[in-house]
Design a protein around this ligand. Sequence first.
Ligand code: SF4
Length: 378
Amino acid sequence: MANETLKAEIIEYAKSIGIDKIGFAAANPFAEMKSRLKMQQDDDYQSGFEKGTIEERTEPELHLDDAESIIAIAVAYPSRMKSRPTNKKGNRRGNFCRASWGHDYHIVLNEKLEKLEAYIASRVTGFRSRSMVDTGELSDRAVAERAGIGFSGKNCSIITPEFGSYVYLGEMITNIPFPSDEPVDDGCGDCTLCIEACPTGALVAPGRLNAQNCIAFVTQTKGFMPDEYREKVGNQLYGFDTCQLVCPKNKGIDTHHHPELEPDPELVKPELLPLLSISNREFKQSFGKMAGSWRGKKPIQRNAIIALAHYKETSAVDRLIELMKEDPRPVIRGTAAWAIGKIGREDGRQAILDCQQQEVDEEVLEEMAKGLAYFSHR
Ligand code: SF4
């Protein structure tokens, strides 16, 4: 009963610090999740960004030896921006996914969890906890599902009845045995829209994602982008929203509760060409506070080149030729050479031929050959 009262007080306090939804669950191991993760590992469907072993991802006690319950939190983010900059020929723009709009959610949610921990510690002697947001070992989704934050959709997102899947998730393992909340009923029914809309077939079955094929993951890799994704990635610079955008549970959902999560249109839909000349310092200053900058500027620049090729943006060819000639990074030189071919401005062919004479990197030479092939097929 005492913990019922404490739970009610925590829920009130959580609201006051901008936590949009909170749920409580027992800290038993996530047995079902364990077998799912094992299957993902065996099938080589993992992204490689996962942290910790399968045990660490599914056994709360490995993070807090006297774990009794887990508090799950959700913070809702916007799905629409107030003024969208125009994306037009001669000044093409790229796109960051919605989860990367606004201030990095890891920081925002960790701050809220720290406040919540301090609040509980001020009321309970001997309180112990361990909090995580996304990059922690424990599976945010498994915790959120058990704690009644939302159900796990076929698109592998947690879908809340109030905010759709446009929520960031975090959790706190505690040594207090709180009464548990009821899970939310599965709401997908017969719908398969996300599976049908996925351009790479990455949703291999309901609730099963081959992260290796997921565009969101592909935008975050640092090497050459495999050919089969270059057209499908379009103008995405970071992440991918299609499986959320098509979801009927997200229809009409657009939450603006947190000023720090509002997007700056110039940053989340940035002009592509200036991105190709941005220094490390400028990149950090402009994009460093966004979750989508965590892999540094190289993947964003590679994706910007692919986006310019997607648009066949002839005004970018001069800069692409410079990059092909001078950039010290093979991924940028090679992707630029491929893009020059794809865009197809006539002087691009000779530029590639000239650069071919000096190029020594095998992968860049392969990309140059692909670029030249575009000219011969025209
Ligand atoms: Fe579920 Fe349909 Fe949404 Fe996919 S699109 S998560 S199947 S409701």
